[in-house]
Design a protein around this ligand. Structure first.
Ligand SMILES: Nc1ncnc2c1ncn2[C@@H]1O[C@H](COP(=O)(O)OP(=O)(O)O)[C@@H](O)[C@H]1O
Ligand SMILES: [Mg+2]
Length: 1168
């Protein structure tokens, strides 16, 4: 709370009161007095609650600096002294933070500072919203669209040196962060009549003067223009230069702005050409020329301007000249051409100039929109800024003023709707105690103008579309009848005769009591301006221009798109677009800036009380204050309110279980907010004082900080724990690996030690054995020595005894001999011992050497393995180094390239390889090289198929005619018998020779040969089966084209000759036998003997040939071939059944045919 008290500077150092709500006592005088007091102290902004009143200071004030922007940034609305920035900041923040689309409605009279205010709002928003290269570009483009539109759409009027002559609504679009994405500009009705004529003391649109003053000599020369304003009819001279306006500098600003917005150099050029063309057009003058029929026809006076204009626009001079002299009226396929008189020609010229300019303006707006439109499709938040022409009362008011004022009426409606009516209605709806406050509702005036049945605009349209003569007077007459009773409509001739004596009301005028005052409108020009007619000849002439922009501006001039329907009238279009605008504004959260003009002289320091009082009244500002004072500054539905502040009280945080209203009550009681600060509505809580709201907000902000800390704490804890668990897991893995490594090391060490111990033990064992052996040997030696001693003692005792007994020679020799023996034995033992120890030494030596060699070998092996390992590691490392070295030289797609290259090489190699392999040309050769690569499988098989087809073709192409016939026969045989008869496979290899008996060469058959007239197709010996016993008898079988013949094999004598047409069918079995029955048609001459049962090895050939003869001749039926293991044969009178059975496997004697009974012949065929 203490912090807040420091900040409340709205009340500190206040001049008068900053918020009219605080005014005491509240009266019109004190209201105006307060405004004046503040104005005198350069405090031009004053609040009525959240509405900003702005007085035009008519002098630059130091309150729009960057420091001011920083001061107001992110501060509460009532925290600092009133400023337009506070409103802009509030709107921007609630757009960004609460996701509410905003609109800023700036209203006031012409010259009251609306356009300036809109620019301040835009520049503030640009300054506080996001930064960054892309964002700055968008901002720059949005801001720079202003100078361009102002140059083309603003002009000096008596009220304002820089008056907007068009309405402008700009939607600035933001993303969720509040960064600008782009914008959309809508323009409303440019006052185009200004192009051809300006009221006294006013100027044409700025661009004309800017171009002539600011363009370089070169540019002017290109545009065929002269710097002198006085050379142009369309430029008024009495205020050609305006104090404080530097046209030349402005021109540079405009060109620069166009460049920033994104106009191409050639587009700028086209635009300037069009501006120049309008100036030229104004200089074209006409003179009358009498015609024979008595009518005057107009002619262009001095063709130089016309010529130059046509050159500028790439028009053909004659086309335009004709369009100024004639008018073609098209109606239902008929074309009537009438001449124009001088007045009509001027009218046509001016209409063209107006249209050219206003269409250029619309094109500019569209072009700017194209540049500044948001590039993304994401959902956008929108802030709309509406700067529409102010309420205008001139001496002479025409259609334009009527339209402008209508628009202002509509805006006032919105204001009334949203601030006065809605607010009061809401209190009633919410059941808050409320005394109603009266205010003037201008809906009745809007209705007078826009009502579809009897509104002034509807009447005007009706009049314009009516057949017959229509003039401004007939229009006024109509109004006099229809609107007579309306209390805001006044006219001298009004049917209720109320104003008959009112001399302030001229006859050709009507007056409307607007909310902002009475305005007298002259009806002259209403019909024309509403019709907005441009002769079709002119639009068609324009369409023919060799100038891309002009062509674009006059699409209706395209002769292929002639549209006989009237275009909608200007009034209708305006009403529609204003309707859309109002609908759009109603969907957004409104923020009001109400501009007030302190004096009529555009002068600083002058405060004209009466003028201000008038504005305060019609703007309904007093009512606004009253409603505001009686009401509550802030309201919010219970639910969002509780949601927003619930963290401020223990009972409501984190969840309140009861009804929300009770929750809010608990909350506010807990916070100890004074009771008179609140009212509980049905669905909303109403807060009387903004300060209370700020108090809540501040508390919430502090609380949020604590909550954020809590969330951070928990999150950090969670994050650290996760990190710890991860570390722990890694540690376990590392430890496991390390343990393994340590155990390995330990094992190796133990193993080494074990080996050392082992070798020591082995050495010790060997030494022990050696010692034992040595001891054993010594023992043995001792025994021998003892024995020797003992033997010596024995011998000496014997010797002594012998010596003692006889001392004879024999004893001596015996002793001698014994001693010699001993000596010899000793000698022998010595030798033996020596040899044994020698061998032992060599064995031990060999053992020791082996041991040493093995140890050496092990060491060498180890060394070699280590060396190899080092080499391998070195090679790997080198590879790695090289790859690392060269990796940077490879592009990302090297892999793919290498892959492609490899594949290409493989394919190349594959195809070249195929080229060099010699492949067999025999169609039956099944061999084919193995596929070299798995992925070529498909190709490889396809190539094989193609190659096979090709070699078959090659093979076929080598056929002679005979060979072809033979193969055809073979093919026929295959079709007939393949898989049907077991004999068939054996016939495939046999060539079909036809003549097997060499008929012509064999003298035996000379006679037979001469008997047969036709060429013999087949001649062979067959067996004729006897029906009686089933035995076969050899017969000569001849087949010609027309018959077959059976003849004696030996003599050649013909036995039977049957014409082929007499044969009905042939029967054969499915088995591997040569039996066939030739069936003769019943009733044929040769049928007397019955059918023929024959057998031949060449059965396949015979039947194939028979079948082919039948199919070759057209007149004969094809012979039928039955294949079955049982068929009937007609012998003379009897029918005998021939049945085939599978016999025992082949054992030499082949097929056996036996007669079983009268009716059955059984053929047993060995099974294969
Ligand atoms: N806040 C302001 N500070 C200084 N001069 C201002 C301010 N507002 C308006 N003016 C002056 O008043 C003139 C008319 O303002 P403008 O915004 O064009 O009026 P409107 O658009 O309402 O017709 C401007 O050219 C400018 O000289
Ligand atoms: Mg303006």
């Amino acid at each position: 709370m203490s912090k807040m008290e420091v900040k409340t500077s709205l009340l500190d150092n206040m001049i008068g009161v900053g918020d009219m709500v605080l005014l005491e006592p509240l009266s019109e005088d004190s209201f105006i007095g307060n405004l004046k007091n503040r104005f005198d102290h350069n405090e031009i902004y004053t609040y009525i609650g959240s509405v900003v009143i702005s007085m035009n200071p008519y002098k630059p004030l130091p309150i729009y600096t960057a420091e001011k922007v920083e001061e107001y940034r992110n501060r509460n609305f009532y925290e600092l002294s009133p400023h337009i920035y506070a409103l802009a900041d509030e709107a921007y923040r609630s757009l960004r933070d609460q996701d509410k689309d905003q609109c800023i409605l700036i209203t006031g009279e012409s010259g009251s500072g609306k356009t300036e205010a809109s620019k301040f709002v835009m520049s503030y928003v640009a300054a506080v919203c996001g930064k960054g290269q892309e964002v700055n570009k968008v901002k720059e483009q949005l801001l720079q669209s202003n100078p361009v539109l102002e140059a083309f759409g603003n002009a000096k009027t008596v009220r304002n040196d820089n008056s907007s002559r068009f309405g402008k609504y700009m939607d600035i679009e933001f993303d969720f962060k509040g960064d600008p994405l782009g914008g959309v500009i809508s323009n409303y009705l440019l006052e185009k009549s200004r192009v051809v004529k300006q009221p006294r003391g006013e100027r044409n649109f700025h661009i004309f003067y800017q171009l002539l003053s600011g363009a370089s000599e070169d540019t002017l020369k290109n545009l065929k223009l002269d710097r002198d304003f006085s050379k142009y009819n369309y430029l008024s001279l009495d205020s050609a230069t305006v104090n404080g306006l530097d046209d030349a500098a402005s021109f540079r600003t405009v060109r620069n702005a166009m460049q920033i917005v994104g106009f191409m150099e050639d587009e700028v050029q086209s635009v300037l050409e069009l501006v120049a063309a309008v100036l030229k057009l104004g200089n074209i003058e006409f003179k009358p020329e009498s015609r024979v029929n008595g009518f005057d026809e107009s002619r262009v006076k001095d063709k130089n301007d016309l010529k130059e204009m046509c050159e500028l626009l790439g028009l053909e001079q004659s086309v335009l000249e004709r369009a100024f002299s004639f008018r073609t009226v098209e109606a239902k396929m008929e074309k009537v051409s009438t001449t124009l008189n001088v007045a009509q020609a001027y009218y046509a010229r001016d209409a063209l100039a107006k249209n050219l300019y206003s269409r250029l303006f619309s094109w500019l707006v569209n072009r700017i929109n194209e540049s500044i439109k948001a590039q993304t499709k994401v959902r956008k938040k929108v802030m709309g800024v509406l700067d529409i022409y102010g309420f205008e009362i001139f001496e002479d008011n025409s259609f334009e003023q009527f339209i402008i004022n209508y628009c202002n009426e509509k805006l006032q409606q919105i204001f009334i709707e949203l601030t006065l009516r809605e607010e009061q209605e809401e209190y009633v709806r919410e059941g808050i105690e409320w005394t109603n406050i009266e205010y003037f509702n201008n809906a009745i005036i809007c209705d007078l103008i826009e009502n579809n049945q009897n509104g002034i605009l509807a009447m005007l349209d009706e009049e314009c579309l009516r057949p017959g003569t229509v003039t401004d007077e007939t229009f006024l007459d109509k109004l006099n009848t229809v609107c007579a009773e309306h209390q805001h409509f006044e006219s001298r001739q009004s049917k209720n005769s109320k104003f008959l004596t009112d001399h302030s009301l001229p006859h050709n005028c009507f007056r409307i009591q607007h909310y902002a005052g009475k305005v007298l409108y002259r009806v002259e020009g209403f019909v024309d301006k509403n019709n907005d007619l441009l002769y079709r000849d002119l639009s068609q002439a324009m369409y023919k221009a060799n100038h891309s922009l002009i062509k674009l501006l006059f699409p209706e001039g395209n002769p292929s798109k002639v549209n006989l329907k009237r275009p909608p009238t200007a009034g209708f279009q305006f009403k529609a677009s204003v309707g859309t605008l109002m609908k759009n504004l109603l969907t957004k959260n409104p923020n009001y800036i109400r501009c007030i003009k302190p004096n009529d002289k555009k002068a600083a320091h002058i405060f004209t009380d009466s003028l201000v009082c008038h504005q305060v009244r019609y703007l309904g500002l007093m009512e606004n204050v009253r409603v505001r004072r009686a009401g509550y500054a802030f309201r919010q539905a219970y639910e969002p309110c509780l949601e927003r502040y619930k963290m401020l009280c223990k009972q409501t945080w984190p969840h309140w279980r009861g009804p929300v209203r009770d929750g809010v009550e608990v909350l506010l009681t807990d916070l100890q907010v004074p009771v008179e600060e609140f009212a509980y509505g049905r669905s909303k809580i109403f807060i009387r004082n903004p300060r209370t709201l700020f108090f809540l907000e501040e508390k919430r902000r502090q609380c949020l900080e604590d909550l954020a800390t809590l969330i951070q704490k928990i999150f950090r804890g969670w994050k650290s724990r996760r990190q710890f668990l991860l570390l722990k897991k890694s540690q376990v893995v590392v430890a496991a690996w390390y343990r393994r490594y340590a155990q390995q090391k330990k094992y190796q060490k133990i193993r080494c030690s074990a080996l050392v111990v082992q070798s020591f033990i082995r050495g010790w064992k060997a030494r022990k054995i050696l010692r034992e052996l040595k001891y054993k040997k010594r023992c043995e030696e001792a025994v021998t020595t003892i024995a020797a001693y003992w033997h010596g003692t024995q011998a000496r005792r014997e010797l002594r005894r012998l010596k003692e007994e006889a001392q004879n020679k024999h004893a001596v020799s015996v002793i001698w001999a014994a001693w010699l023996g001993t000596k010899a034995r000793r000698e022998l033992r010595c030798l033996k011992n020596e040899a044994r120890s020698k061998q032992a030494v060599s064995v031990i030596w060999a053992y020791w050497q082996g041991n040493k060699a093995r140890r050496e070998l092990k060491r060498l092996k180890e060394e070699a393995r280590r060396k190899h390992a080092i080499a391998v590691i070195w090679a790997y490392w080198l590879g790695l180094k090289v790859r690392r070295e060269y990796r940077k030289f490879f592009r990302a797609n090297a892999g793919k390239k290498i892959y492609d290259f490899t594949i290409q090489r493989i394919m190349q190699k594959y195809f070249l390889g195929l080229k060099t392999t010699t492949l067999s040309m025999s169609p039956i050769d099944k061999s084919w090289p193995a596929k070299p690569y798995g992925f070529l499988e498909g190709t490889h098989q396809e190539l094989r198929r193609i190659f096979h087809l090709w070699r078959c073709k090659k093979y076929r192409s080598k056929f002679t005619k005979e060979m072809k016939a033979t193969y055809e026969e073979k093919l026929a045989a295959s079709e007939l018998f393949k898989d049907k008869k077991a004999l068939y496979p054996s016939s495939v290899g046999q060539p079909f020779k036809g003549d097997y008996v060499e008929l012509s060469k064999n003298p035996k058959y000379q006679k037979l040969n001469s008997l047969v007239e036709d060429k013999v197709l087949l001649a062979d010996v067959v067996s004729k089966i006897n029906r009686a016993n089933g035995k076969g008898a050899p017969r000569m079988f001849l087949l010609t084209k027309n018959n077959f013949v059976l003849a004696d094999q030996k003599t050649g004598q013909v036995k039977t000759s049957v014409p082929l047409p007499d044969l009905s069918s042939v029967s054969v079995s499915t088995q591997n036998d040569g039996f066939f029955a030739l069936r003769v048609k019943e009733g044929a001459t040769s049928a007397a003997k019955g059918d023929f049962l024959l057998s031949s090895d060449r059965l396949i050939e015979i039947i194939t040939k028979l079948h082919r003869i039948g199919s070759a001749s057209a007149d004969r039926n094809q012979i039928k071939i039955d294949i079955s293991d049982e068929f009937l044969v007609q012998f003379k009178q009897d029918k005998v059944c021939v049945k085939f059975i599978q016999g025992a496997p082949k054992n030499g004697n082949g097929v056996i045919c036996k007669r079983k009974n009268n009716r059955l012949l059984e053929v047993s065929v060995p099974s294969p």
